[in-house]
Each structure stands twice: as C-alpha cells, then as structure tokens.
Design a binder for this molecule. Structure first.
Ligand code: SAM
Length: 183
C-alpha cells in the first residue's frame, strides 16, 4: 500500500522536517553513534523519509553499513539523490514486509514514522525478524502513539523499555518517547 499523499512531496517534507525535527534527528544520530557497535555493524533506519538520519550516521560512522527503507518510492528517490557520497543503501519497502533476510541488522532506528504504519503488529514482528541476536530496535515517536507497538514488542522481544527523550523545545521536544527493545 502507498504511504499517505503527504509524503509524496519529499522535497517539501524535507524542508519543513529539516527545521522542525532537527533536534530529534541529531538525538537519533547521537544515540546510534554512541551505541558501541563495532566496525562492520549494520544499521537500518525504518521509515526514513528523506534520509537525513542515515546520511548523517553514515558520515559519522563510516565503518558501519547503513541502510534505510521507506514505503514511499518518492521519498526514497529523493533520499538517494541527497546522498551524494553514496554511503547509504536505500530500499522501498514496508516495515511489515521488509526486503531483507532474517538477522541482518545490529541496530534499527525509526523516527516519527511508527504512527503512520498500517500494520504496527506486522511491523514490530518483521523488524524483530531482521535483527541479529542481541540486536536493538529504537523507535522514536510521540508517546501516545507507541502503546500498541509497546504491547507487541513485549510479546516479541526479550526486553523492552519506554523512555522520554528530552529534546528541549516545542513541538517535538515535549512529546517524543523512545521505545527500546532488545532481541
Ligand atoms: C513523518 S515521516 C518521518 C520520516 C523520517 N523518519 C523523519 O524523521 O523525518 C513518516 C515516514 O514513514 C513512512 N512510512 C509510513 N508507513 C510506512 C511503512 N509501513 N513502512 C515503511 N515506511 C513507512 C512514510 O512514507 C514517511 O516517509
């Protein structure tokens, strides 16, 4: 299924989100970069949109392999064009039917995408499938949108936590929570 039409205009989304979500992007990248993963680790950004997070992360951690997936082909097309260094591997795909083999990633991040997923249960299950043993899933989203994801993650992962993400200013700063799960 196609993502909502609001994501068809990737350039416009990127212009607004690049400003409004800058602190969140920086936080996700900082958290991921500080995760302690070794060289050769493979990291996925799920629901990447215009791909700022994987681009920044790949620049900061060149020894990692960074992938990014999104349901909307026009987002992926735009994201690929912004990645002029070609450091990120982008794919069109649904979080509930990911185009990757089992046990591919050490860390999966996802930023303000989960509340758009049609099939949250399928998404959490498929993200779990593509994580290596001990791998981590970090979903950043507005806190009231994470309830269902949390319930499914509790059944699917070995350990799950929900923690506030202090970003400072309104609007996202007041609202964002991170669901952290370990496979
Ligand atoms: C609000 S944007 C967030 C984009 C980016 N992560 C960010 O933080 O700016 C939500 C993104 O989730 C994508 N999306 C929605 N449902 C999806 C699904 N089932 N699988 C993969 N991506 C999805 C949309 O196409 C859109 O690009």
């Amino acid at each position: 299924m196609q993502a909502a039409h609001i994501f068809a205009n990737a350039e416009r989304y990127d212009r607004h989100a690049g400003r409004l979500a800058a602190r969140l992007y920086a936080r996700v990248v900082t958290d991921a970069a500080a995760s302690g993963l070794p060289a050769g680790a493979r990291v996925l950004d799920a629901g990447t949109g215009p791909g700022r997070i994987p681009r920044d992360l790949a620049a900061l951690r060149p020894a990692w392999t960074v992938d990014a997936v999104d349901l909307e082909p026009r987002m992926i097309d735009f994201a690929r064009r912004q990645d002029t260094e070609g450091r990120v591997t982008f794919a069109v795909g649904d979080v509930a039917a990911l185009p990757y083999p089992d046990e591919t990633f050490d860390l999966i991040v996802s930023s303000i995408s989960q509340h758009h997923w049609d099939d949250v249960e399928g998404g959490i299950r498929d993200l779990r499938r593509v994580l290596r043993p001990g791998g981590r899933l970090w979903i950043y989203d507005v806190r009231w949108a994470l309830r269902r994801a949390l319930r499914v993650a509790e059944k699917t992962f070995d350990s799950v936590r929900k923690e506030p993400v202090a970003l400072g200013h309104w609007p996202l700063g007041m609202l964002v929570t991170r669901l952290s799960a370990r496979a």
